[in-house]
Ligand binder design. Structure first.
Ligand code: SF4
Length: 458
């Protein structure tokens, strides 16, 4: 008989499930809270502070240690305890001969062993905090090298913990309506020229007046209305239908929109399904190696094979464990736009940009009922940034500022500006040679081309 009166076979099944979940997190270079872990276990219902779970984690880690691998329980953290590993981890680490005098260092060293065990040579911050393109002026955080001397590793502990934190927040419980109340929208302030001096980043020639701003917004909204039945996915009708009819495919298309053209990202779920022979979240969540091989096979489906494989597997794991494999479970309860955006952001690989875009597409093209569209947002996307800067709708290239501008411009549904601005940016407002003559905004746009020079190329 196994501990806690479990039949041995059942105990072993639960243990294997927990181990598989932790391996998926390890491969995606994410930590997981106790609260999220118990949500994902299906073979038995655990409480957050469940002695049975602690025992299972201990047994898993002892077995991993015996096999020469890192303790998987290092991945499980306690939110209430300052986002650090539980006491059980340290106790076992000491019993297994680890040096626990410096708790953080001990933990980091163990995470290193786990990464090494699963063929991840180092923790890549871009995988742990997989947001959008880097923001202008934002310094790329240095990679952590586990080969650093002892003192340097110590100095890097703070950074490494910082990188791990977004992973934690990626795995919070589904936010409820109340979370919208806490949203603290940034405030858009009118550009002010003091003493005749030019404010940094603001065109002195074209500070838009209200009439110009209204005209620009009206033109964008009208264009958005005109194209609302014409989603831009791919040129392949079968791939498009697949996205519209398979919610998990749609979710993977959103996740794949990273570092490759949008059409290729939307094609990704269909092609992956063709190669795997299915797009079943349960099977995908259990076969990471097969998924990675399918993405990698020539021609590769994505620029980032390993990272995308991890994101796909983690998305599948979450959809399978929380929604029984039905991705629409993420949005079929008529959530508010703000809540849905937060829910989407919980998937590794989805940040503000993709989540805001997805909310709009779900409502417009997949006809998903979403309430309180006043809580929708524009995506901080390079096409939209160029248009907002060159039209002078935005004062500066800053994500919070642009989101606030859209909220101010069209409070009843800020996200309605997303699709038309994106299309204008993509079709006419190119980075190098904007086609102002053909652009639908040409008669009202001040055409401040240089203001978008901080934005990357197409
Ligand atoms: S008129 Fe020119 S600068 Fe203005 S949005 Fe169109 S392409 Fe961009």
């Amino acid at each position: 008989m196994a501990p806690f009166g479990f039949p041995q076979a059942q105990w072993d099944r639960v243990k294997e499930e927990v181990r598989e979940i932790l391996i998926a997190y390890a491969q995606a270079q994410l930590v997981v809270s106790y609260a999220d872990l118990v949500e994902e276990v299906r073979t038995v219902r655990f409480e957050v502070r469940d002695a049975r779970l602690f025992t299972i984690l201990e047994e898993i880690s002892m077995k991993e240690h015996a096999a020469g691998r890192g303790m998987l329980s290092a991945l499980v953290i306690c939110k209430r305890n300052g986002m650090s590993p539980g006491a059980g981890f340290l106790e076992l680490a000491a019993r297994l001969g680890r040096d626990t005098r410096n708790v953080e260092l001990c933990w980091i060293e163990e995470l290193k062993r786990v990464c090494d065990s699963w063929e991840l040579p180092l923790l890549d911050p871009k995988m742990i905090a997989p947001q959008e393109e880097e923001r202008p002026g934002e310094e790329r955080r240095a990679r952590s090298s586990w080969g650093l001397p002892f003192a340097s590793v110590l100095a890097a502990v703070g950074n490494v913990l910082g990188w791990l934190m977004p992973g934690i927040f990626k795995n919070q419980e589904i936010p409820q309506e109340s979370s919208e109340e806490k949203k603290d929208p940034p405030v858009w302030k009118e550009p002010v020229l003091e003493g005749g001096e030019q404010k940094q980043g603001l065109s002195p020639v074209y500070p838009l007046d209200t009439a110009q701003r209204v005209a620009l917004v009206a033109a964008l909204l009208q264009y958005g209305k005109a194209v609302e039945d014409d989603p831009i996915f791919t040129t392949d009708p079968q791939a498009n239908t697949f996205l519209l009819e398979n919610p998990f495919a749609f979710l993977l298309g959103v996740i794949a929109d990273q570092g490759i053209p949008a059409e290729r990202a939307w094609q990704f779920p269909y092609e992956l399904c063709q190669r795997l022979g299915h797009l079943d979240p349960e099977r995908i969540s259990k076969n990471r190696a097969t998924v990675v091989a399918a993405i990698k096979a020539s021609p590769a489906l994505h620029r980032y094979v390993e990272k995308m494989g991890n994101w796909v597997v983690l998305a599948a794991l979450r959809i399978w464990s929380l929604h029984g494999g039905r991705a629409e479970g993420r949005w079929n309860d008529t959530p508010t736009a703000a809540v849905l955006q937060e829910r989407l952001c919980q998937f590794p690989g989805i940040g503000q940009k993709k989540a805001a875009m997805a909310v709009e597409i779900l409502e417009r093209h997949l006809h998903v009922p979403i309430s309180r569209l006043c809580g929708s947002d524009i995506a901080y996307d390079r096409h939209i940034r160029r248009v907002f800067l060159r039209t002078c709708l935005a004062e500066r290239d800053d994500r919070d500022h642009m989101i606030a501008v859209a909220r101010e411009l069209y409070p009843s549904r800020p996200g309605a500006l997303d699709d038309p601005a994106w299309r204008v940016g993509r079709q006419w407002c190119h980075a190098r040679q904007p086609d102002c003559g053909s652009c639908l905004l040409t008669s009202i746009c001040p055409k401040q081309i240089d203001r978008a020079k901080t934005v990357g190329a197409d």
